[in-house]
Design a protein around this ligand. Structure first.
Ligand code: SER
Length: 393
């Protein structure tokens, strides 16, 4: 069975053999000019080069980039979502076009990873009032014999209201036990693995689309989702690099329901990676996201048993994660920061419980109560909600 590391290598070798240079990838922290807090996709660090600046490594690039997405936090615990994940990517900076990219994508999935084309389905941009359908991608897939579903919004990629954008084509693989059925938008066992974006336009603040002088191709493939398919596991949490998390956490903190176990594995692993990129918990910015992840971990952990503690987290899991992401921060420092945050949150909860035990807060809380608790006692609304629902249990 192919491992996660071998999957990365197979991908990078495939594009390397086709003239793509390896980008450094790595850190979750974007460059200072970038307005977002964390890198959210493989193309992120390449934005200036996709916009036209010459890249020192040339016009064909490939790489593996760790990413963090908190937009899907409530989905974590299902079969496919992770907060920190890796994205494999290939890029043509004004070099080859969409058809070339899709054909290579098909070849790699079929011959490199052994995925049966009968288990593939794709979606393409079917056109809207402003842009015509992506005929080139559509035709390419028809020539390759892969079923196509056209959509509108779901096959238009952008990075916000302005900037780079264009139609995309997504490749899905069937994960059901029986024969494939339905289409990607109608049947959730079609799992998206690879997105090929044809970056053809820049959107201006007035909403107009300007065709790019040098259109680019940006592809991104979620590594853990691909490995889930290659290792034929029920969810991303059972692939080789995540399995030790589930088995260890259920040993030290079990019994836990499956969803909580997955959430704890995801959030703790993500917190370690963020700490490994030298972010520390704080009330705002990146540190706040980290704090949220750690606190969600702790509230899940303490829900059934308040005596559970991160002190029991084996250092080997921290090492395993930092090692996988090639992060050089010592694991004991990461552990110390996690424990300090646990202590801080525990004290805050104790204080919160004391304040909330006052008669004034015995009935349903009003908007004014929430303001007062926040401004005078430093108790954020979500924490108060947690404590009041906790008290009712
Ligand atoms: N930018 C695209 C995505 O995030 C492909 O890399 O899906």
């Amino acid at each position: 069975m192919i491992t996660t590391d071998q999957t990365v290598q197979t991908f990078l070798d495939f594009f390397g053999e086709r003239g793509h240079e390896l980008t450094p990838g790595g850190t979750l922290i974007p460059s200072p000019a970038d307005p977002v807090l964390f890198t959210t996709s493989g193309m992120h660090p390449l934005t200036p080069y996709l916009m036209g600046r010459p890249h020192p490594l040339g016009r064909r690039l490939t790489g593996s980039q760790r990413c963090l997405r908190t937009t899907d936090l409530d989905e974590v615990g299902d079969d496919t979502h992770l907060t920190v994940f890796e994205m494999l990517g290939s890029w043509s900076l004004g070099d080859y076009g969409g058809s070339r990219s899709l054909r290579w994508g098909f070849e790699l999935l079929r011959d490199g990873f052994g995925i049966d084309p009968g288990r593939m389905h794709v979606t393409v941009f079917g056109g809207d009032d402003h842009v015509e359908p992506d005929h080139e991608s559509w035709r390419t897939w028809e020539e390759l014999g892969v079923p196509v579903e056209p959509t509108t919004d779901e096959n238009w990629w952008d990075n916000g209201p302005t900037g780079l954008c264009g139609p995309d084509s997504e490749i899905f693989v069937w994960t059901g036990d029986e024969l494939p059925r339905g289409t990607p938008t109608s049947e959730e066992r079609w799992v998206e693995v690879w997105n090929h974006v044809m970056m053809r336009y820049v959107r201006h603040p007035d909403g107009s689309l300007e065709p790019m002088r040098q259109p680019c191709i940006d592809t991104g493939m979620g590594l853990e989702r691909l490995v889930r398919i290659l290792q034929n596991t029920q969810s991303v949490f059972e692939i080789d690099i995540l399995r030790p998390w589930l088995s260890t956490l259920s040993r030290i903190w079990g019994p836990l329901d499956e969803r909580s176990l997955r959430l704890l594995s995801d959030h703790l692993r993500s917190s370690i990676v963020v700490l490994g990129d030298r972010v520390t918990p704080s009330p705002s910015g990146r540190g706040h996201i980290l704090r949220r992840l750690i606190r969600r971990t702790l509230t899940t952990l303490w829900r059934d048993d308040p005596t559970r503690t991160l002190l029991d987290l084996p250092i080997e899991l921290v090492d395993h994660t930092l090692g996988h992401f090639r992060q050089s921060v010592p694991s004991r420092d990461v552990r110390t920061l996690l424990l300090a945050e646990e202590r801080k949150f525990d004290l805050l909860l104790q204080r919160g419980r004391k304040v909330l035990s006052h008669r004034r807060f015995s009935g349903p809380l009003t908007g004014d109560d929430y303001h007062y608790l926040h401004d005078t006692h430093g108790l954020p609304r979500d924490l108060v909600v947690y404590l009041t629902t906790d008290a009712e249990r």
